[in-house]
Design a binder for this molecule. Structure first.
Ligand code: SF4
Length: 223
């Protein structure tokens, strides 16, 4: 892509078509953290069911999770699949939070972006997408989240190489857009909506796509 205006105009086209997405689907920063861990490698509906189960059992808080044994936690988040691993990851996060930041997310989020990213990336089971989701949507730090939808849409648009690394994709956006957490928040949310509803993996609905006129990989509707 030649300049930042093109990337901004893609966002404007999505915003005009879909309106502000108001992401992340959670009431508090703690719920964003919990949701980001539960959503690893599964559809959001699986994570959502696990969140609801935690809520019904009065465990939808980082303090409650910290005080609950992994063996009790795991069955409650079964719908998120890989639930033993995810119970451990929740506990890994809360152990860090309580050991280093007095159990208070606002203390943790006072760290600057780079050291905080490094700290979270050192947690076992935390990859770049999970960490960046926490940084952007819970800590409100200006970092662009890359996911499978982003890779698919931008490679079909002919603007990125689907095989490029996470960091290369991230730099593609961050080198061309202002470091604005609100913009990164809604841009990623727009891409999730487009990828989920229109730019589908097998049969993209290109005739409904607001990016149709600029897409190298668009498909004509079946006659
Ligand atoms: S035109 Fe089709 S392939 Fe291109 S971004 Fe839109 S839905 Fe995806």
């Amino acid at each position: 892509m030649k300049n930042s205006e093109s990337l901004k105009s893609i966002y404007q086209a999505l915003l005009s078509a879909f309106g502000p997405r108001n992401w992340w689907p959670a009431d508090t920063a703690e719920e964003v953290v919990i949701g980001a861990i539960l959503a690893q490698n599964v559809a959001w509906k699986n994570a959502h069911a696990a969140i609801q189960n935690l809520k019904q059992n009065e465990l939808l808080s980082l303090t409650a999770i910290h005080e609950t044994d992994t063996s009790m936690l795991a069955p409650l988040i079964r719908s998120s699949r890989f639930y033993h691993q995810k119970a451990e990851r929740l506990k890994n996060f809360t152990t860090l939070l309580f050991d280093r930041f007095k159990g208070d997310l606002s203390n943790m989020f006072q760290l600057d972006l780079d050291p905080l990213r490094k700290t979270l990336m050192n947690l076992k089971g935390f990859g770049e997408e999970t960490v960046d989701s926490i940084l952007l949507y819970a800590a409100e730090k200006p970092i662009f989240v890359i996911d499978a939808y982003t890779r698919r849409i931008f490679s079909r648009l002919g603007l990125t190489d689907a095989g490029a690394s996470y960091r290369e994709h991230q730099q593609f956006f961050m080198n061309r857009l202002p470091a604005d957490a609100a913009l990164f928040n809604d841009y990623h949310a727009q891409l999730v909506h487009l990828g989920n509803q229109i730019c589908k993996k097998k049969l993209p609905l290109c005739h409904q796509c607001p990016l149709n006129h600029r897409c190298a990989g668009k498909m004509e509707p079946l006659k």
